[in-house]
Design a binder for this molecule. Structure first.
Ligand code: DGY
Length: 322
């Protein structure tokens, strides 16, 4: 029996405490420079290992999985989202895939609330204004924003993060509406109004928060036709995935004033976002910080380690997707 620890490829940098454990528990190849592997490099490197710990920056397409399946037995992604991994293909070739749900729910819901408040109350614009030295005096009409109290919050995707956002929004006295693939039971719905048709949700969303996963069904879901269904002066917030929004359509609606503001933590093709956002004062933007707290990133790392340990012990992985 081979008593050597398994060989593990860490495709990106991880918190130092997590990397220290990777070094202790595996024959780990770490990524000291944090460069992103090309698909060819990923295949070549993965073939030399038994397991991969990755991020959404690495794509495990069917083609990649077919080439690495002979070597690696598990891909543990340091994320809840797994649109970068072809899960059915992984199942076909016998590679286990795990993710990190639950531990990032609160941090991501906090970020959604931050985006709502900053977009509604012109947070980034106000900060820029103060720094620029243009602020001369308090004024009754300076940078008036949108009052969130009493505004209807529409949550598109009422999974763990959507539900955590709903809990926060209730503290702001915002009536909650939602669309989800299936209606939640009353103890999870907690008085929120379900809309079976996304169009009905849009019509009542003074503030729309996108919290659904990216999938073939949700890519470009918020296009010009659906933006037109939102109330005049609505606010759009996205902390899920950038490709759920049609950037051209959102930018046009923000530029024309049809929408009051947007709060965006995620972008299509990030970090190379659509340049049309850059000169819009009414967009609050973050560099994909949804789960970026020290505690959360540590917990995500521990979840990956738990999944890897279970796999190599021959036990079911706690967060297996395959
Ligand atoms: C996730 O966990 O999916 C976050 O968005 C980080 O990519």
């Amino acid at each position: 029996m081979n008593s050597e620890p398994p060989r593990l490829l860490a495709t990106r940098q991880f918190p130092p405490e997590i990397e220290a454990r990777l070094r202790r528990e595996y024959r780990a190849t770490l990524n000291d420079t944090d460069r992103v592997y090309s698909p060819e490099e990923l295949v070549a490197a993965a073939r030399e290992h038994d397991a991969v710990m990755c991020c959404p920056t690495e794509r495990f397409s069917r083609e990649v999985l077919e080439q690495v399946a002979g070597s690696i037995g598990i891909v543990a992604t340091f994320s809840v989202g797994f649109e970068h991994i072809d899960v059915p293909a992984a199942r076909d070739v016998g590679v286990v895939v795990t993710n990190t749900p639950d531990v990032l729910t609160d941090a991501t819901a906090d970020t959604a609330m931050l985006c709502i408040l900053a977009a509604a109350r012109r947070g980034a614009e106000g900060d820029r204004f103060v720094r620029s030295g243009r602020w001369e005096r308090w004024h009754t009409m300076l940078m008036l924003g949108v009052h969130v109290t009493g505004k209807r919050l529409g949550i598109l995707g009422m999974g763990r993060i959507g539900q955590a956002l709903a809990r926060r929004a209730r503290g702001f006295d915002m009536p909650v509406h939602y669309h989800n693939r299936r209606r939640l039971p009353p103890d999870q719905e907690r008085g929120a109004t379900f809309h079976a048709d996304p169009a009905d949700l849009l019509a009542v969303s003074d503030i729309l928060s996108i919290n659904c996963p990216s999938s073939p069904e949700t890519v470009r879901l918020l296009d010009s036709e659906r933006i037109a269904m939102l109330p005049e002066g609505a606010i759009v917030v996205n902390t899920a995935r950038g490709n759920i929004v049609d950037d051209e359509a959102l930018i046009a609606a923000l530029r024309s004033g049809r929408l009051a503001a947007a709060g965006l933590d995620v972008f299509d093709n990030e970090p190379n976002l659509h340049p049309g956002y850059l000169d819009l004062e009414n967009v609050f933007m973050l560099p994909h910080l949804g789960s970026a707290t020290r505690e959360t990133r540590m917990a995500m790392g521990s979840t990956c380690l738990d999944n890897l340990a279970a796999f190599f012990a021959g036990r079911p992985c706690p967060q297996a997707l395959t």
